[in-house]
Design a protein around this ligand. Structure first.
Ligand code: BEZ
Ligand code: FE
Length: 289
């Protein structure tokens, strides 16, 4: 028999792990438990506080569904999603940023130069750029999955008034690696805050706002897929994104240009009568492996 004490419980736990277990599992689980034990000792955790932590997890599980991912949201607002992103991001590639819960698969194809906003009004944004490798060569045939909120700040899946693919599009670039599309300038919006994660935000005196952004997933054979976002440099929430998604290389200037400069060869060419916003955002993918 071994007497368990406050001082040896971590070593006892580590000793219970079998020699045959997967070495990476041993490393990750062992470190997790070591940090949890240290945390409990550091703050002199009470029974009530530990129960509150368990109640938080139960509250997340109770509202978890296909449309509501409270555990992922918890990971987002606690900074874990972004930390894991940054640990795993390739230094020569465009930074990755949070996926969030609103990506849908099966987005309708949009040709290069197409219009993603369809009948929605609001400031027109022309977004374009080149998908390239770390040597600066274009990647022909790269695929760009794009999504954003409607002008009311809601994603299609949150809003019964939108069809399920509004502001979702899938673009395949040509031999020059260029993408380009028109949309409505995205707006800043709040992450869901009516559940246990909202309680954490309130307890911290934090708001639930994210700066406005466009989401991209960029994929090409032979390259690591990239999940990222683009932010305008004048957004009021840029320095206080509640999910910690902003990276320096993802912040772009949206330049206002006169209607007369709108390029030819796009779905909206000849139809723009007001000044429009223009952002150029090149995406660099890291090689696989
Ligand atoms: C989003 O940008 O769509 C998002 C990211 C994290 C949590 C909620 C929403
Ligand atoms: Fe988003």
């Amino acid at each position: 028999m071994r007497t368990v004490t406050k001082d040896n419980i971590t070593d006892v736990f580590l000793g219970y792990m079998s020699d045959d277990m997967d070495p990476r599992m041993r490393e990750v689980l062992g470190a997790l438990v070591r940090h949890m034990h240290d945390f409990a000792k550091e703050v002199d955790l009470t029974h009530e506080e530990w129960q509150a932590g368990i109640a938080f997890l139960e509250g997340c599980a109770a509202i978890e569904s296909e449309d509501r991912h409270e555990f992922i949201l918890a990971s987002d607002v606690l900074g874990m999603s972004s930390l894991v992103d940054m640990i795993n991001s390739s230094p020569d590639a465009t930074s990755s940023s949070v996926l969030g819960p609103f990506h849908v698969s099966g987005a309708p194809p949009l040709e290069v130069g197409g219009d993603m906003k369809r009948d929605f009004g609001g400031p027109v944004l022309l977004a374009e750029g080149v998908i390239k490798d770390t040597d600066g060569n274009p990647i022909p045939g790269a695929e760009l999955d794009i999504w954003q909120t409607a002008p009311n700040g809601l994603y299609a899946s949150q809003d019964a008034d939108q069809d399920m693919y509004s502001f979702h599009a899938l673009m395949t670039v040509g031999a020059d690696g260029r993408y380009g599309f028109t949309t409505v300038k995205p707006v800043e919006y709040t992450v869901p805050s009516d559940g246990p994660v909202g309680d954490i935000l309130n307890a911290c005196g934090r708001h639930p706002w994210r700066p406005s952004h466009l989401h991209y997933i960029v994929k090409a054979p032979g390259f690591k897929p990239l999940v990222t976002e683009i932010f305008p440099d004048d957004d009021p929430y840029l320095d206080q994104d509640t999910v910690f998604g902003v990276r320096e290389d993802l912040v772009m200037t949206y330049v206002e240009r006169p209607a007369s400069t709108f390029p030819s060869g796009m779905a909206l060419s000849g139809k723009i009568t007001e000044p429009y916003l223009h952002v150029t955002f090149d995406v660099t993918l890291a090689p696989e492996g």
